[in-house]
Ligand binder design. Sequence first.
Ligand code: CP
Length: 314
Amino acid sequence: MRHLLSTADLSRDSAIALLDLAEDMADVSNREVKKLPTLRGRTVVNLFFEDSTRTRVSFELAAKRLSADVITFSAKGSSVSKGESLKDTSQTLAAMGADGVVIRHSASGAPRVLADSGWIDAAIVNAGDGTHEHPTQALLDAFTMRKRIHGVASRGRALDGVRVVIVGDILHSRVARSNVWLLSTLGAEVTLVAPATLLPVTTSTWPVAVSHNLDDALSTTPDVVMMLRIQAERMNAAFFPSSREYSRQWGLDDDRVARLPADTMVMHPGPMNRGLEISAGAADSARSTVLEQVANGVSIRMAVLFHLLSGSDS
Ligand code: CP
């Protein structure tokens, strides 16, 4: 694997191998000395054209734990704000010797353009592109599910038969797309729940079931309920009922979470709109894995950088 652009590119074996490698990286993160010398002398550039907290910081931490040199570059405050193109920006980074480029961009497909362009000879990692994909988020979500469900016997395991309900703004969610491809590759059964205006028409060709009724979906006692952020910045009023109506019909509130089995996981990729798609009680409940997901994100990103840049597999 030269780049990580989409979870659709991962075979079942390669996905399991990445999750297993992340287990090794989690062991490193738990040590007193958290560093590995593996990527000493390599340069990782975090190229963020869109805002981020979790992904940007965890890629930076992951690269540092592998002893790489790291440059984090935000479009704000760079020459991109003076109109510099993706081509010129990436060629500038190539001239500085970047070995890996982690890119977040508002345009769906921007990481693929960079990987296919020949502008830069570096491994490209998609850190979220428009409404398309966010593969490391899906990997850290799968890692979190596997760890909760299989515990210390996780290594080598997939997610066969695990029932996952993904709820909310599917239309604009790159997290949903990456999760649908990865979870189905790993054998999970996925149900999408959303108002009709927040479901892409293409879901009829996806390996998922679809529902518009959250209470019906929750009554099937799923293993995982993954709530998605309402992406107000990407939609207009036609998509969205009202906050109150949305919350009433599709929000995971305290009553709904209390009806779930005690071992049902409540996931959210963050950032959360508390009180809209998820109540504070649900977000902070014992079922919630929100902070575990963040912590596991470092291990997954270490695994991805290690895999792409260490030269151990190409
Ligand atoms: N989940 C996620 O991608 O969060 P950030 O936007 O903070 O990186």
